[in-house]
Design a protein around this ligand. Structure first.
Ligand code: GLV
Ligand code: GLV
Length: 334
């Protein structure tokens, strides 16, 4: 009998075809709406594998309802929507899709740097609203990107990809990370900085850290106050890393100059959110990895992770390798 897999959304056909071949599928077939909690609760106990998205909260209480689940595969690099510790405790593998989205997400980070610095969205609206009367010396003037100082918080693969793009703009690059990375510093011509120093010196601060207990609310009033009044904050990581109330205040009072946000505390961000009233904020609906090619690849890799894991092979992108060794030494199951 084929293993049974729960898929929490209508996924690209290229991935679905693979899954259908290998597994018995239980699917939530909507493309634009997450599966309700009741659907997940109803089926989680019946399946060997779970194919999920970052919009699904795979928490301890859901995981506790599983009884034959072996692999949780998310179609994302970030896995803060999954209680990995709870999965590990039960010997359940958690897999994700890094690498394939690195360059695409770095492109979006750079798009936000350029869009905020040069006021692209605001300028486009200005034109369409019929406000463009004449070329004028200081019309829609923004900040220089070329030669500016870029501070990257979180130096993983995406951070490196952003740094590579920044060299083409002759930017001075600082980074802050849990561990210093001397080899990457040499290769990318960047310097390590403490968080305070980075915030004080940077013209652009790009947040690329994973969301964890340590990074939750890492950028609040105190940190924003260290930044230059001309500085721009970009968040393409996770909403909860930057305090939204404090960010709104800082943008409104001119403590910092602008922000580019692809992620929010609550997604979709409510339309009455104060940040959406500001013209110096560029807001995007969590589209960091959203190129056609990359999303197809992510869907495929998430399927392959599940197929390998359920065939007893080690998937390429395992978040909790200890769960893997426990399964294979016959330990870890409760
Ligand atoms: C998107 O935010 C992801 O984690 O893949
Ligand atoms: C994600 O792949 C990262 O390491 O930044």
């Amino acid at each position: 009998m084929k293993p049974i897999v729960l898929i929490t959304r209508k996924v690209p056909e290229i991935a679905r075809a693979l899954l259908q071949e290998a597994f018995e599928l239980i699917e939530w077939m909507e493309e634009e709406e997450p599966a309700p909690r009741s659907f997940l609760e109803k089926w989680i106990g019946e399946v060997d594998g779970l194919y999920c998205l970052l919009t699904d909260k795979i928490d301890e209480s859901l995981i506790a309802r599983s009884n034959r689940l072996k692999v949780i595969s998310t179609m994302a690099v970030g896995f803060n929507h999954i209680d990995v510790a709870a999965a590990s405790k039960r010997g359940i593998l958690v897999t994700h899709t890094p690498e394939v989205l690195t360059e695409t997400t770095a492109d979006l980070a750079f798009a936000l740097i350029l869009a905020t610095a040069r006021r692209l969205v605001e300028a486009s609206v200005f034109l369409r609203e019929g406000q463009w009367k004449t070329w004028s010396p200081m019309l829609m003037t923004g900040q220089e990107v070329y030669g500016a100082t870029l501070g990257i918080i979180g130096m993983g693969r995406i951070g490196e990809a952003v740094a590579r793009r920044a060299s083409g703009f002759d930017m001075k690059i600082l980074y802050h990370n849990r561990n210093q990375k001397p080899e990457a510093e040499m290769r990318l011509g960047m310097a390590y900085a403490g968080l305070e120093e980075l915030l004080q010196a940077s013209d652009f601060v790009v947040v690329l850290a994973p969301y964890t207990q340590e990074t939750a609310d890492m950028i609040r009033k105190e940190q924003l106050q260290l930044m230059k009044p001309s500085a721009i904050l970009i968040n393409v990581a996770r909403g909860g890393i930057v305090n939204e109330t404090d960010l709104y205040d800082a943008l409104q009072k001119g403590t910092i100059w602008a922000a580019g946000l692809d992620v929010f505390d609550t997604e979709p961000v409510p339309l009455d959110h104060p940040l959406l009233t500001l013209t110096n904020v560029v807001t995007l609906p969590h589209i960091g990895s959203a190129s056609i090619q990359t999303r197809m690849q992510m869907a495929l890799i998430a399927a392959q992770n599940l197929m390998k894991g359920l065939a007893g092979e080690r998937p390429n992108f395992v978040v909790n390798p200890t769960a893997w060794s426990d399964v294979n030494t016959g330990q870890g199951k409760e």
